[in-house]
Design a binder for this molecule. Sequence first.
Ligand code: BGC
Ligand code: BGC
Length: 856
Amino acid sequence: MRKTTLANVVASTVLSLAGGVLLTGCSFEDNTAASVSEKNATAPSTKAAQIWPKLDIEVKRDEAVEAKVSDIMSSMTLEQKVAQMIQPEIRNISVEDMRKYGFGSYLNGGGAFPNNDKHATPDDWVALAESLYQASVDDSLDGSTIPTMWGTDAVHGHNNVIGATLFPHNIGLGATNNPALMEEIAHITAKEVMATGIDWVFAPTVAVVRDDRWGRTYESYSEDPAIVREYAASVVRGLQGAADKDFLGDQRVISTVKHFVGDGGTVGGDDQGDNIASEQALFDIHAQGYVGGLTVGAQSVMASFNSWNGEKLHGHKYLLTDVLKDQMGFDGFVVGDWNGHGQVKGCNNNDCAQAINAGLDIFMVPSDWKVLYDTTISQVKEGAISMARIDDAVRRILRVKVRAGLFDKPSPANRPLSGDRSLIGKDSHREVAKQAVRESLVLLKNKDKILPLDASKRILVAGDAADNIGKQSGGWTITWQGTNNTNEDFPGGTSIFDGIQSLAEQQGGEAVLSIDGEFETKPDVAIVVFGEEPYAEGHGDRETLIYQHGSKRDLALLKKLKAQGIPVVSVFISGRPMWVNAELNASDAFVAAWLPGSEGAAVADVIFGKQDFKGKLPFSWPASPQQIVNIGDEEYAPLLPYGFGLTFDDNDVLSDTLSTKVEVSSESQEPMSILKGAVQAPWELWLYSGDKSLSVNASTHTIGAISYRTVDKEVQEDARKVSFDGSEFAAMRFASKSFFREDLSAQLLNNAALTFIVNRHSDISSPVTIGMNCEGEGDVAGSCSTQIDISSKLMAMPIDTWSTISIDLQCFVDAGIDFTGLVVPFELGSAGKASLSVADIQFTPESAKEADISCQ
Ligand code: BGC
Ligand code: BGC
């Protein structure tokens, strides 16, 4: 061990001189009682030191803390130790499970509430915290009195709790460029979290996004690593307190810098994908948030779902142990992401020695915790995991618990802020959120200085985001995806229209809400609020940055108003910069409002000039639908550069004639299969009859009017046979997993057709249809579906023979299907009698023109 230590110091010092790497200290601290990198430590650490600095972490090793941890550990059993490393989810454990196992921590995922009650009160949250805590310190079954801790995704305020203050998502905060405000927001978040008895927050996300097609772009503060580094420090300080002041005091929670490392740099902006950056770029771009957050003492780091050059981070010993812990000097714990360990090569959700050996300290294992706990214990007994590694992990976990005062604090129900309902959505908290909203707005266009508007005028407020607090708040809002919320789910919150209306009223004007832009009396001006539907994680991944590809409903609304001679102010809600050239052309003024959160009314303060615009673009705004453009690029030609943002006095830079030619290259010209022998991910197969449904999990099923079985076309069970008895409409339906939106707009770019091979076994008494459903944007949100009649094609085919049918996708677009949000790509249905088999359902590129059913 000592030899390693000296080698590190020498290597680091030499390199710091040679390569100019900033090293803040030369003394190597042995932070762990039993380090895990003993074997071969010299080589990797020497390598790590060439790029990664040793951080001067403000929270220092404290011998009294270490002694206390050693004391607790001296009497712990292997079972108790492994239990500290297991983090289940509240939907999958009972208080009795906690009593029996004594988990070191637990979480509530997005959309998980006490008693499964979306409207759980702060008292309900505290009651759950209290009962799980009491069970954890009850030693009657597991012999352990170590307090558990509860972690939650408070990523824009305490966003799982009804009535909490919801701040703009990180992308909007990046636009404010105000680190002091970040610290205030984080402190408020800590207080609202503590009011519900929770100890720990899975924030900040410090991803530095390269490709804005990634569904988590809005969780990123900026494409500029310097801002992310500075913000990370401010947010961690706000959550945890300052190392030399009230560190993890009564008003503070444990923070997590996530997701380590490289989540924002995957190829194609693919969620959970592969980052192929060089090690230097990994540090210079993607790791800067860790430099900021860990220096001020963040106590936990979440491992990322992504890979680095093909190797999943959850199993990456070099990055988790050699770099993060040994070289950078992080002495807190590494928590996994949601079953992230299960994605490591050779692992599954309930078996992953590799992750622990790589340096993961806590498994986030929502539901498969019991088997994982048993497997891990056996793996230690068999020697697949060393006791030294377990001890290191447990020491790290307990070190944080001691630092956070968990052993000395009263139980959750008895802590100073617990149950203080007045903290949730408190007025002074909302004031800070409003300030953040005002500062986050970026003015992209202001033709003839139409803004600020005069509130004494007649104002038409249109667009489906105008009076929709859920839509303006985005994903991670009450539910995981941020969908299924209504304005009633935001007590105390305001929509953008609310603010416009109240200012207009104050100034003697009149604001009329009309989502579709219809009016009786012609308005002086229209404010149109529109944008992306909420999404989270991979559900927000897109092929292009085109806003509303396919249907251009909102553009039509802007144009309709313009055509009537009404000046149009667009307020755009989005989780990322998008290619909106057509919408910009059709707007007199255009405001990028990002995802402002629960305090939408504050938008009006700026539009009506109570305050000037301050926000600056935290991401470069794209000039074309697939442009990957970031500050610092050698060739840098965005539509609007990083840092752009007009104030009222500035002259406009955008014309009304930006190119609207869609020039995109599709990433894949491969056919995309829905059914190819097996049902292909992300699709799942369902049967429907009337209002009954079932998820196909066997080779034969009958439900209502439909019978289903697998049949053989070329190989065993590669086709599906359905018979409809004609008693009611029934269908075989392929749908996305959990019915989330899938962006298949690339299929349109590919000029693909929907093709399938079909065999008719009977006559057809009434129409057989192929349907699609989508979760649309704009005024058809959640409601787009269509069915195309293929009966005549079927009847033209000989009986009991396989033939191909192809349908031009344009036919579905014409019928209102939005390919950016497909939920059902294929549904075969009939209300009549028919017997058919199908196989090989796919989108086939470059086949639209020759399709059997064409709509060009
Ligand atoms: C996300 C994390 C989050 C966790 C718990 C994961 O899917 O990637 O950011 O903290 O879920 O909800
Ligand atoms: C769960 C969420 C969770 C998310 C993390 C979802 O399946 O419903 O609660 O936060 O996974 O990826």
